[in-house]
Design a protein around this ligand. Structure first.
Ligand code: FUL
Length: 477
């Protein structure tokens, strides 16, 4: 008898292993592991803090004395705690903004914190923040402005050597760095070591020779996502309002993203269905009107921040939400209040996934291991259709009607972004009516319904896709 049971168990396990349909082929463009990890972060903080905080400007000219930088109550641990409490998964700090002042004691310039009264010239804001991030489990990122209005050699090879040295210095001393952020503002008038003149680059892309900059990053820190409006790993979403377009592919072709005035805006905005690399959209937006602290400005309300969350994280990209410490070096109390109320709003809205208690069926699947139940809950599994099947319906039903306000769809993007068109329908009195629709989905699509719907049946109909469907999750709230 015991032998028989063992034999049976063995047969069942053989059958179960055998019953695993073949996975769909990946699309030709898929995210690198560093990009997948970046998508999963969903939201992280920007921190704009430098000389400008003390001069009340957004862009310093480059002739500001380092002595102006003197926060009276800076505490890196407290700053990172705000970020962590808001569930922002990382923090990107302005190590150097356009005025060229360095928040770390760079050995390549005197225009830095080592000549500031802060900690009698022994301070290192970059180091202190990096360390606090490490301690509190928040990822650390760096903004290093390519444009430098202080440096005498700006516009020549001398500056490029300086810039690359600084990049090496930062990546070596303060890693790991999850993202390097290179803003697009490029050239104009400035101090430039006393020249006080106009220096305009014909093409920022050609001057900085970005492929070389990326090589340095790949060499020293292969896990770092490189952000730029002209370069993938990740791209600008085309505005600073926190709004990713509803129609948005994570793919794009770099040649079409080089700065060309307004020409590249459609590519930044929509990506490209046939783009040749993974370059997803990031939405950078400030909690205040400006990027730096100004006494006279007010933070956005929790409701405004919530809408930004829907149009950024909810549209397949990431949210880079800027905080602006004041002259104490503290995030203003009212900003913290707004931020925490926003956090609570997001947590409460998406606390209870009603799909977890639904019965789920799909029109078809590609076989064992790819069934509809993979759509429910957050895990690695996904629902997939057979090769050649680029449409499909997923239906959720409950014994008792539920009130729905949001439908969330996620693609299994490790195999590429595919969905081209979908519609969400709810059943009322036996007939289906449309409650939301869209084109692209990507990593995560949050669909706020125009008004709350009470129903016992909802379905997502995928009407078109670039390949067999690979859907990681459908959730409803
Ligand atoms: C822009 C800069 O010019 C702004 O000052 C700010 O840093 C923003 C995030 O990027 O390119």
């Amino acid at each position: 008898m015991r032998n028989f049971v063992a034999l049976l168990a063995c047969a069942v396990s053989v059958l179960m292993t055998a019953c695993q349909a073949e996975a769909p082929e990946p699309m030709s463009v898929v995210p690198a592991p560093r990009q997948l990890a970046w998508h999963e972060m969903e939201q992280y903080a920007f921190v704009h803090f430098t000389i400008n905080t003390f001069t009340d400007k957004e862009w310093g000219y480059g002739d500001e004395s380092p002595e102006l930088f003197n926060p009276t109550d800076f505490d890196a641990e407290a700053l990172v705690k705000v970020v962590k409490d808001a569930n922002l998964k990382g923090l990107i700090l302005t190590a150097k903004h356009h005025d060229g002042f360095c928040l770390w004691p760079s050995k390549y310039t005197e225009h830095s914190i080592k000549n500031s009264p802060y900690k009698d010239g022994k301070g290192d804001i970059v180091g202190e923040v990096a360390e606090a991030c490490r301690k509190q489990g928040v990822k650390f990122g760096i903004y290093l402005s390519p444009w430098d209005r202080n440096h005498a050699g700006y516009g020549t090879d001398e500056y490029l050597t300086y810039y690359r040295n600084q990049l090496r210095e930062l990546l070596t001393a303060y890693g790991p760095v999850f993202e390097m952020w290179f803003d697009g503002a490029n050239g104009g008038d400035g101090y430039y070591g006393g020249a006080r003149e106009m220096r305009v680059m014909e093409s920022g892309y050609l001057y900085y020779d970005w492929p070389k900059v990326v090589d340095i990053i790949r060499e020293l820190s292969p896990e770092t996502v490189v952000w730029s409006s002209s370069l993938p790993d990740a791209r600008w979403c085309s505005n600073e309002r926190g709004v990713i377009d509803e129609h948005c592919w994570a793919m794009a072709t770099p040649a079409d993203m080089y700065p060309k005035g307004k020409d590249n805006i459609p590519v930044l905005k929509h990506g490209m269905e046939d783009g040749n690399r993974w370059a997803p959209a990031e939405a950078d937006v400030s909690i205040r009107p400006g990027w730096f602290f100004h006494e006279y400005e007010q933070p956005k309300t929790p409701e405004q921040l919530f809408n930004i969350y829907l149009t950024s994280v909810g549209r397949g990209g990431t949210l880079l939400l800027n905080l602006a410490p004041d002259r104490r070096g503290r995030v203003p109390e009212q900003d913290v209040e707004s931020l925490m109320a926003w956090r609570k709003m997001v947590d409460e809205t998406f606390a209870e996934d009603l799909a977890l208690e639904a019965k789920v069926v799909a029109s078809s699947n590609r076989g064992c291991g790819y069934g509809a139940k993979n759509l429910i809950g957050a895990d690695e599994k996904y629902w997939a259709t057979e090769d050649g099947i680029t449409t499909g319906d997923v239906e959720l039903s409950w014994n008792e009607p539920r009130q729905l306000k949001y439908v969330v769809i996620q693609e299994h993007i490790a195999l590429g972004q595919r969905v081209k068109e979908f519609v969400v329908e709810a059943q009322k009195n036996g007939s289906w009516s449309e409650v939301a629709k869209g084109t692209t989905v990507g990593y995560k699509r949050i669909l706020p319904l125009a008004e709350a719907v009470t129903t016992d049946k909802v379905r997502v109909r995928f009407l078109d896709s670039r390949g067999p469907l690979t859907i990681a999750r459908v959730a409803v709230y």
